[in-house]
Design a protein around this ligand. Structure first.
Ligand SMILES: [Fe+2]
Ligand SMILES: [Fe+2]
Length: 406
């Protein structure tokens, strides 16, 4: 829709955007981008096609990066903090609705609709801004614009993979009505009060277990030790099935991202959990790439560690993954890289090497943020770990819960 930033600039007669308006616009953009992060975290679990999940994972990180970049500028500009306290309820409603798309076609249609609106306003903003007074915002928005346009192209291709759904057009028309009611993302267009009918079945529910299509079944991955004596090819297949299974870690992070939606934490926290999530998505992708190169299709997952952790608080989930599981898996990482190197398997070595590096970061993120959240807390990390054990044991009354089966 037409955002009318030009009219605002013309009426003020300053030939650019004042600080107050720049701040307000950046807050609104950041809010919309953040809403996409949350919606993508939810639909990552719900969309059945795993290739699509991976692509959505890339997009989630892109949105998080854009939120971060807008946030960096907001922290510099006078009056830029406390985004959520300043958000107009009508805009908040749109952000909250995105995830409630009735089905996956609707979700992608809504995301695509949002990307086009973001691209429109980012473009318009760069055109009406003053090239000197607003130079920093222009540089940021030009970067964001090309990123959003690339994502819109990718989402269009994802939409073509799915069958048509009648509801999809209706869903984006509904979102559009909401947006027109508040005068666009920038809030500067004319506002029309409307009778807006919310489509039926628009309620997001967390799927348990995580949804995969019929190509993927739940099965045992075999223990780590059982693979060590296998010949190279069989061992690589076994180990890259375990990489593919990192969907479980990505799913766990997706719930952390979703539950952190209104958490009061520094900007870097949101960036780290998105980065961590995306790394796990890429590790699952490493598995898929290498399995295909080795002549086999990904076909199994084991989501037990994800499912066991679903009833426990966000802080405990974060601690369990980063300072429990990831620390537990760490000694295997260097061994794997050396093994592939010695065996002359440079492709497997590449993926194992990058994974090792990423995983060291994850433990660092975990330590930093668990410490941060325990700052005004009488408990230590050890206390937290005891609580996690109790939570996991209570899971389906299972005393073997929390044991790593691969
Ligand atoms: Fe990983
Ligand atoms: Fe990790």
């Amino acid at each position: 829709m037409k955002e009318n930033l030009q009219k605002y600039v013309d009426e003020r007669g300053q030939g650019g955007l004042d600080v107050g308006k720049s701040v307000e616009l950046f807050r609104r953009y950041a809010y919309m981008e953040q809403s996409c992060v949350r919606a993508l975290a939810g639909w990552f679990l719900k969309i059945p096609d795993w290739e699509m999940k991976i692509e959505l994972g890339y997009h989630l990180y892109a949105h998080a990066e854009r939120v971060n970049e807008l946030g960096t500028r907001l922290e510099e500009l006078r009056g830029g903090r406390h985004r959520d306290a300043n958000i107009e309820p009508g805009l908040a409603r749109i952000g909250e609705e995105l995830i409630h798309a009735p089905d996956e076609q609707c979700f992608l249609a809504g995301l695509s609709w949002m990307l086009h609106n973001l691209a429109d306003i980012y473009r318009e903003h760069t055109l009406v801004a003053d090239s000197s007074a607003n130079a920093l915002e222009i540089r940021i928005l030009l970067r964001l614009l090309s990123d959003v346009e690339r994502e819109a192209e990718s989402v269009k291709k994802l939409q073509l993979k799915l069958q048509d759904s009648e509801g999809a057009a209706q869903w984006s028309a509904y979102l559009d009505e909401l947006l027109q009611e508040i005068g666009g993302i920038g809030g500067l267009s004319s506002r029309n009060a409307r009778q807006i009918v919310r489509p039926e079945k628009a309620i997001f529910e967390w799927p348990t277990p995580m949804i995969f299509d019929s190509r993927i079944r739940e099965a045992d991955l075999g223990s780590y030790e059982s693979k060590l004596s296998l010949p190279l090819k069989e061992r690589s297949i076994g180990e890259f099935q375990v990489y593919f299974n990192e969907f479980y870690a990505a799913a766990l992070l997706a719930t952390i991202i979703y539950d952190s939606w209104k958490l009061d934490a520094p900007r870097q926290y949101f960036m780290d959990i998105a980065h961590h999530f995306w790394d796990e998505v890429r590790h699952a992708e490493f598995g898929a790439i290498r399995l295909r190169e080795l002549g086999t299709e990904p076909s199994i997952v084991n989501m037990v560690l994800f499912e066991q952790s679903q009833g426990i608080p966000l802080l405990h989930r974060l601690c369990y993954l980063t300072l429990g599981l990831e620390v537990y898996f760490m000694p295997r990482k260097s061994v794997r890289v050396r093994f592939y190197e010695q065996q002359g398997d440079p492709r497997s070595q590449l993926f194992a090497d990058v994974d090792w590096s990423d995983e060291s970061n994850h433990v660092r993120y975990g330590k930093r943020w668990v410490d941060y959240m325990l700052k005004d807390d009488a408990r230590s990390i050890e206390d937290l770990q005891e609580e996690i054990t109790k939570y996991l044991e209570a899971y389906a009354n299972n005393s073997s819960a929390g044991k790593v089966p691969w």
